[in-house]
Write a protein that binds this ligand. Structure first.
Ligand code: ADP
Length: 371
């Protein structure tokens, strides 16, 4: 059982987030110092004055303060993050027919995967320990349980649930539920659907068990790729999507809704020069950075009232094509910025917080249904 930690949110209910005009709900999660940082006696560069604020300072005591919708201090449990990050509101919106995205962003080792899927280490995976045996859920598993619980409790509507799981590695889309289809998976665009992934395997889901299997199968396939290419998972973006189609009778008419929620674990945001990359590794790093850079450009353009009615460069990378509906207007987005408190990572932490600050300024068009 995990001990609880402190967190502060700017408002008690995430559904109020649009009162400040921002439709990307942005929270920060700070992981504890890890054993090697502790043994080096790294100083902590983060402080938590409350009310969704985080204060970072360097040795010269220069201080920067950032404010978000919520800040989760080291020691917060996975459950606390699920309950208080705005995730439940996002899921309610997806169940109600909106395209929703939750993504984790930050440098490698900052806790993105831990936050999304829980603390399953490569060692655990080698020994074939399943996520459920590890019994420490991330946001994805809590969300699965919430969605399936909601659907089971509704007798006035019938839901059809499906799921897909892909990763973007080197600007190539890989279907994690059908790894053999490597060549055939492409992102296309149509007027009615926007960007979509052609030939992606989408599994029909009957119960929570099957949804958990999607996550485990995809993670297993990802782990296989990881054995072939060094640090594969920190260089790829993974996207697990649950499609929620529903039908209900309302005043003699059948009302249909097509919602979806995508859980995105982004590649590490650290700068290329820090990785000492050469050759193929540099190409990978450049491609990852192309996606993250484009995401940054899109966030920048969307957060600037003068630019947001103009061209938003979603088409410039695979990742931004897939995130377009969430960021670009019709959807709802939760960004979880993950940072380490170690002063040795101060500049990356500040970069992540700056990125997150820009995302908070995004004001979507009035939310419209996607059905
Ligand atoms: P990333 O996905 O950003 O590269 P990971 O999620 O793999 O980072 O986390 C790096 C290490 O830190 C892992 O060993 C993980 O278990 C640990 N860790 C991350 N976040 C937390 C947390 N909130 N509490 C405890 N340990 C954490």
């Amino acid at each position: 059982q995990q001990k609880s930690g402190n967190f502060s949110v700017i408002r008690s209910s995430s559904s109020d987030s649009d009162k400040d005009g921002s439709t990307v709900h942005v929270v920060v999660r700070v992981r504890p110092l890890n054993p090697s940082e502790e043994s080096r006696r790294d100083k902590t560069c983060a402080q938590f004055p409350g009310n969704g604020s985080i204060l970072v300072s360097d040795n010269q005591a220069k201080v920067k303060t950032f404010s978000f919708h919520g800040v989760f201090e080291p020691g917060c449990t996975q459950e606390q993050v699920f309950e208080n990050s705005g995730m439940k509101h996002l899921l309610d919106m997806a169940l109600d027919g909106f395209a929703c995205t939750a993504f984790a962003f930050g440098q490698t080792g900052s806790g993105k995967t831990y936050t999304m899927t829980g603390p399953v280490t490569p060692e655990d995976r080698k020994q074939n320990v399943t996520l459920r045996e590890a019994r420490c859920y991330g946001l994805i598993q809590f969300s699965f349980a919430y969605l399936m619980g909601f659907v089971a409790g509704r007798d006035d509507a019938s839901y059809s649930i499906r799921a897909s799981y892909l990763e973007i590695y080197n600007e190539q889309v890989q279907d994690l539920l059908n790894p053999a289809a490597y060549e055939g998976v492409q992102i296309r665009w149509s007027k009615s659907m926007g960007f979509y992934v052609e030939n992606l395997f989408v599994r029909e889901i009957e119960n929570l068990e099957e949804l958990m299997e999607v996550l485990e199968d995809g993670m297993r396939n990802r782990a296989v790729a990881e054995h072939n290419i060094n640090e594969h998972s920190s260089r790829s973006h993974s996207v697990l999507t649950v499609y929620l189609d529903s039908e209900m009778l309302s005043e003699g008419m059948t009302l249909t809704k097509h919602g979806k929620v995508s859980f995105v674990d982004l590649a590490g945001s650290e700068k290329v020069k820090d990785t000492g990359s050469t050759g193929d590794t540099l190409l990978e790093a450049t491609n990852i950075n192309r996606s993250l850079l484009t995401l940054g450009n899109c966030i920048s353009a969307l957060s600037d009232p003068k630019k947001r009615s103009g061209h938003i460069p979603f088409r410039d990378s695979k990742l931004t094509k897939l995130l377009a509906d969430g960021l670009g207007g019709s959807g709802v987005t939760l960004m979880i910025a993950c940072v380490t408190p170690s002063s040795s990572n101060l500049s990356e932490t500040i970069n992540t917080l700056r990125y997150a600050k820009r995302a908070r300024k995004i004001k979507n068009k009035p939310v419209i249904r996607i059905d």
